[in-house]
Design a protein around this ligand. Sequence first.
Ligand code: PLP
Length: 247
Amino acid sequence: MTERALDKEVLAQRCRDVTENLKAIRENIARAAEKSGRSPSDITLLAATKTVPPEVINHAIVNEGLTHIGENKVQELCSKYDELKLEHCSCEFIGHLQTNKVKQLMDKVDRIQSVDSVKLAKEISRLAQRDGRVMPILIEVNIGGEESKSGVAPEALEELLGEIATLPNLSVQGLMTIPPISENIVNTGRFFSKMYKNFIDIKAKKLDNICMDYLSMGMSSDYELAIESGANIVRIGSSIFGKRVYR
Ligand SMILES: *Cc1c(COP(=O)(O)O)cnc(C)c1O
């Protein structure tokens, strides 16, 4: 085979794998939802698409009905964006975001899940006003208190929400978290429970201009536990697309 024909075959196989993986993951999500007294349709599956080529992402969207994707690097999203078929798919930002890069994202994303400071929220608000639109956001919480991770500390969450609530053209829809990596799923479960408690406590306060509809947590290794712990958005990458190859 020529190299091109080989590439084409590799791509076709990758798409077949994605189809199969999505089927299994959707079944697992439905089971976890029912186990926690919710309907499968209450849970949003967002595919984390870093390192995945646009052809494969488009297969998942167009042929498998994927409705949400998330990228975590501004540069990667911008380089893939024009090739993505996003007419029926929400494109979200899920990675650490520097204030000076918000500009590049505004016309590309439908929601930003990783807002963790007033400074960042102010810049999104300013650009949303300029564009005459409202930007939906989630607030990222550093539930494990890790130095290395972004996200607001749980203790500082309510104060941050109070400040963000006053900014125009933002719609706060809930919380997002990435718990510490742990070999032991029991530890992960503790962080998920802690996060759910924060979510419920904030929701009960009914803060002005703040909705607490979404809790985004759970990835390939722990999404079922996350759903059973109260998540209604899961962000799944490698279980859908295979092991990531960085080049
Ligand atoms: C990559 C990524 C995921 C998905 O990780 P997997 O372990 O591959 O499922 C979820 N959330 C964020 C923010 C990511 O960057």
